[in-house]
Design a protein around this ligand. Sequence first.
Ligand code: SF4
Length: 423
Amino acid sequence: MFKATPIAEANAQGKITRQAQVVWGSRIVTVGGDAPVRIQSMTNTDTVDVIGTAIQVKELALAGSEMVRLTVNTPEAAQAVPHIREQLDRMGIDVPLIGDFHYNGHRLLTEYPECAQTLSKYRINPGNVGKGDKRDKQFAQMIEAAVRWDKAIRIGVNWGSLDQALLADLMDQNSRRETPWGAKPVMYEALITSALDSAQQAVELGLNPNQIILSCKVSGVQDLISVYRELSKRCDYALHLGLTEAGMGTKGVVGSAAALSVLLQEGIGNTIRVSLTPQPGESRTQEVVIAAEILQALELRSFVPSVTACPGCGRTTSTTFQELTQRIEEFLRAQMPHWRSKYPGVEKMKVAVMGCIVNGPGESKHADIGISLPGTGEAPAAPVFIDGEKRMTLRGEGIAEEFQVIVEDYVEKRFGMQAAVKA
Ligand code: SF4
């Protein structure tokens, strides 16, 4: 006979890895070890445009990006990096900058020492370091710069630029197997081997293994899960996680959330980037917002109070409930830069905005503060629940404004009190 036992609560299981330090001045962003999963992003401005790039880095940092990567592809871009840093320092933005290098990174990091010194981390793509005899020498030059300036690196393998010599070698080996593997497992093996062999080389060249972060990015959700599960088994380096070329709009958001959630739930991934293609006119900061939402949904980190809202149905024939949900979400997000330091813990607050009496009161009671709006045909009254108790009922035209004031008041009383007790 079935015997009921307590159902275990699901939660993300952290896997302990090495810990890298990505540093600018007194700002130290730890990645891996016991650090929270970090959010990072990348600019899409021309790095030579110092002001435009500094402004975008600032926007990304204010949106919550804890490290920001820039393309460093030409001597002019390398020369611009220290000036971008200067602008940011002047604006009080201490977010560490990461240089993204392909093909000529060995030259840029050697010939522009100010750039090498200003960047807090270098991204090295082992598939784009150089061909044949030059490969090892050029890779070594980049590692020498990291050792000299005491920088973290990411060995960032990407299946779109996989080391072709290595892939050909693994395919050769595969053809000699009694039962050859399929094409995908060989490709997975090539991605992981490229990352691990390059990391080993970097260690042999004198780089502290704690300062190495690895990534093996692919654009398929199941491929990413397969590769990272194996990569995580085979090493204890901190891992940068992201679905490459995730795409635009809903597809990019859903693909990234699907892939990252599975892995993060298994404790795989120490820093994430959501590689969204912005829709025309859309802010670059959207990728940071999505990354934060993924971490918050998995209860790995909290950034803004969460709003629980029902989808609405035939019982909500007016737009009042949608408008109130949107208004409260925007209000909470807009308050956070100011609330974060004033009201510690407010980012964990749960607000419910519900459309009718069916689930409205129940869901509102589960939240810290909730409102259940009247559905079609219900009495025009909106009960408000605070800490699980019905405290008041709002009526009339000004429900949205009144509810916003009630939320503000709740935050001040509850989280302002906590701040005072701590002080
Ligand atoms: S709470 Fe009410 S309005 Fe919202 S989805 Fe459920 S039944 Fe529909």
